[in-house]
Design a protein around this ligand. Sequence first.
Ligand code: HAM
Length: 443
Amino acid sequence: MFQSLPGFRDFLPDDCAVRNHLFRHWRQSARLFNFAEYDAPVLEPLEIFTQKSGEEIVGQLFNFTDKGGRAVTLRPEMTPLVARLVGEKAGSLKRPIKWFSVGEQYRYEAPQKGRLRAFYQWNCDIFGQSEPAADAELIALCAEALKAHGLTSADFAIRLSDRDLWLGWLSGLGFEGDRASQVLVVVDKMERDKLDEQIRKLTPLFGPRALDFLGQVEKLKSLRSLDALRAFLSAQELGDEIRARLDKRLGEWADLLRQLEALGVADCIRIDLGVVRGLAYYTGFVFEAFEATGKGRALAGGGRYDNLVEKLGYQPMPATGFAMGDVTLRILLEEKGLLPKLIQAPDLYCVVGGEAERHSALRLAASLRAAGHAVEVPIKTTGFVKQLAAASASGAKLALIIGSEENNKGMVKIRDLAAKKEAEFPQARINEAVEQVLAEGLA
Ligand code: HAM
């Protein structure tokens, strides 16, 4: 007996139907914002992720050496890949580049509720725009995609934060470059770490001021409005240069929030500087979507990454994007009762008298399928009553009844399974007859 690997899923038809339902919604939402679909290989050179994704993901790679001696890995995320694709073709692509993909990602994490080792992500990214308008469009797309399932601001929130603001503030406190990144790594884990663990991590950076800094961080994380953020920063002792940088940034915040208002998603946005994102490449606005009370793992996450394309060796190109996962989304939709019954039913179900009639049924089915109808013809002919019961149970709208009596006259009976009405039509006009019955019902 064999089982699938921990954290990997089998998709039996019911699960596949749910998966396809999520994919359909993702593609439809992307379409409404005019994003174009792309894809990339699932197996990639190891280096692109070890260099660009940051420590956390590198520790979770499904990597191995292939038979040609290459160091390769299953992709844990799309962002470095899409940056590579865009970087390679940058010269010939019309800006702004608005792309999305739906694909499986692989991370060797401890499987738990909402976290698996193989999961699907919907990635949406905009390249070539540094204005907050691009961030606004993506945040709105993320919100609208959740709303499209019937979720509202009572069900989910998008926590909005800003690495640029963090880095500006940290720079005012004397932390630049790597040291500032180290602080953000600790901040990213704060919700999971206990206080003594947080202090242990911050002491090498802040010495005896670690507890003091933590107090400031707690305050910053509790701010929920732009005015409160402004007040917090103006109360800090910062040099003129830093102050000017932060003022400019707060202006961009105001711009972003105004656009989110106009886009009709302001109700889902929660300012929350507690979000800094674990991935190494983020540079500006960052956000994460969560269930409204904050329970469970994130539904989506993303942000601006203006340096990644250049760091991969291509021309500089501002970029921003996010990814939504299928695992947490499905859990939330199930909890809220927002997954529709996804029944796969044929349009028509043939009920046949015997082998001679089966032949006619096959002909009729071929003609109807060519016109786009889903038709079931029983592979084995069983009793008439049993077949009729199976036709009803299948969820089909109509049964085509081809008994020897009808068949000998070149006729077929069309039965409306819900209305329990039937009438005879010539087999030679089957497509016309079915269209008519579907449109008008049976008298
Ligand atoms: P991420 O926050 O690592 O970001 O993942 C985005 C989403 O993918 C998460 O919010 C979650 O729904 C889902 N996800 C991640 N890991 C797992 C897992 N082990 N099991 C189930 N679901 C998971 C990124 O991946 C960035 N590359 C997103 C991005 C796109 N940034 C810019 N563009």
